[in-house]
Design a protein around this ligand. Structure first.
Ligand code: AHN
Ligand code: ZN
Length: 332
C-alpha cells in the first residue's frame, strides 16, 4: 500500500519534471476504453537546432565524399549515446548517370524486441547541386542542406535524446535514409525517372534492416525547419495513410500548431514515403514543407545555396517535434 503510494507520487513528480503542460491528453486505448494519461516529454527546439547546425558544419553530405561519411559516423555515434540499438546498413546504389553511390542508411531502434513499432524516417544526405539556385553559375555547386537534409535529422535526434529517459510504449525506429537527393538534376538532358530519387529508401524497403520488418505506421520528415513553413496533407500520404494524416493534423491543432499544420491537401510529392508505401507496404505519411512563396512549392531556399542555418526557424522545429512526440507517446 505504502509502496503504491510512493509510486504514485513518483509518477506525478516525473510528469511535472517532464512538464506535461498542454500534453495531458487522454486517449482511449483497449476494448474497455480505459483513459490513459500520458506524460509526453517536452521537445527542446534549441537542442534540435544544435543537432541541425552540427550536421551543416560538416559541409555538404553528398554520398561518396568524406564530409558525408564523417557526418554519418557522428549520427550513428549520437544515436548510440542516446541509448538506441544502431544499425548501419551499407547500400550500393546506382545514380541516374550510372555513378555507383556508397550509401548508408542509419537506423536507431528503441525496444528492438517489441513487435508493435512506429517508424520515423528522414533523409540525411544533401543534394550535390544547387540546381534551383537563382544564379545559374551555382547550379553545379553542392548545397548545405540545413533544411533539406539536416532539419529532419535534428528533430529525430532530439526525440532520441528524450526517449533515452522515458520510452513510449511502442518500439520506435529512427531511420536516417541516404541518397534521397541524388535525383536527376534540372540540367540533365536524358530521360527523367522518379526512381532516380530516394535511392537509399528503395534499398531499405527491399532489404529492411530486420527480416520481415513491419510497423503500425510511418512518418517521414522532410524540410521541417524552414521559416514560414506550411505543412499540407500530401496526396500520396492521403492515398496510403489518410488515418495517420488525420491523427497527426488533429494533434498538431490541439497543441496550438494549426498555423503550421494546415488542414488542406496538396499535390503528389515523389519522396521517401512513396517507396516505403509501395515497396515495404508500411503506411507512411510525409510531413513536408509546402511553401508557395518561392518558384517551387518547397519554399524559396529549396535546392539553392540559401538552404543554410540563416533560414532555419526554431519554432518550426518545435511544432513538428512536439507534434511527433505527442503522436508516438499516445500509441499503446
Ligand atoms: C522531387 O522533386 C521529385 N521530389 C522532392 C523530394 C525531395 C527533394 N525532398 C527533398 N529534396
Ligand atoms: Zn532536396
Amino acid at each position: 500500500m505504502r509502496k503504491n503510494y510512493i509510486c504514485l507520487i513518483l509518477t506525478l513528480l516525473m510528469c511535472s519534471a517532464f512538464s506535461c503542460g498542454g500534453s495531458k491528453n487522454t486517449s482511449s486505448s483497449n476494448e474497455q476504453n480505459k483513459k490513459i494519461i500520458v506524460c509526453v516529454p517536452t521537445f527542446n527546439a534549441d537542442s534540435a537546432y544544435v543537432y541541425t547546425a552540427h550536421q551543416v558544419e560538416f559541409g555538404p553530405r553528398v554520398p561518396n565524399t568524406k564530409t558525408h561519411d564523417d557526418c554519418g559516423n557522428y549520427l550513428a555515434q549520437q544515436l548510440k549515446i542516446f541509448g538506441a540499438k544502431v544499425t548501419k546498413q551499407s547500400a550500393g546504389v546506382i545514380a541516374y548517370d550510372g555513378t555507383l553511390l556508397k550509401a548508408t542508411n542509419i537506423i536507431g531502434s528503441y525496444r528492438p524486441e517489441s513487435k508493435k513499432r512506429i517508424a520515423l524516417f528522414t533523409h540525411w544526405d544533401t543534394r550535390p547541386w544547387a540546381d534551383e539556385d537563382p544564379d545559374p553559375k551555382n547550379h553545379h555547386t553542392p548545397i548545405l542542406g540545413a533544411n533539406d537534409g539536416a532539419s529532419g535529422v535534428g528533430v529525430l535526434l532530439e526525440i532520441a535524446r528524450l526517449m533515452q529517459h522515458q520510452l513510449p510504449d511502442l518500439g520506435i525506429d529512427l531511420i536516417f535514409l541516404d541518397a534521397e537527393d541524388y535525383g536527376d538534376p534540372e540540367f540533365y538532358k536524358g530521360e527523367r525517372k522518379e526512381e532516380s530519387w530516394c535511392l537509399g529508401t528503395q534499398y531499405w524497403a527491399r532489404n529492411p534492416h530486420v527480416d520481415g520488418y513491419n510497423a503500425r505506421f510511418g512518418i517521414l520528415l522532410d524540410m521541417v525547419g524552414g521559416q514560414n513553413a506550411a505543412f499540407l496533407k500530401e496526396a500520396y500520404s492521403e492515398q496510403f495513410a489518410p488515418d495517420i494524416n488525420k491523427k497527426v493534423w488533429k494533434i498538431a491543432k490541439q497543441l496550438g500548431y494549426g498555423k503550421y499544420f494546415i488542414d488542406k491537401s496538396c499535390g503528389y510529392v515523389t519522396d521517401d514515403h512513396l517507396f516505403v508505401n509501395n515497396l515495404a507496404h508500411i503506411k507512411t505519411i510525409d510531413i513536408i514543407n509546402n511553401d508557395m512563396s518561392g518558384k517551387t512549392s518547397f519554399g524559396p531556399t529549396w535546392h539553392t545555396l540559401n538552404d543554410n542555418m540563416e533560414h532555419i526557424d526554431k519554432s518550426t522545429l518545435k511544432a513538428v517535434g512536439q507534434t511527433v512526440m505527442e503522436v508516438i507517446y499516445n500509441e499503446h
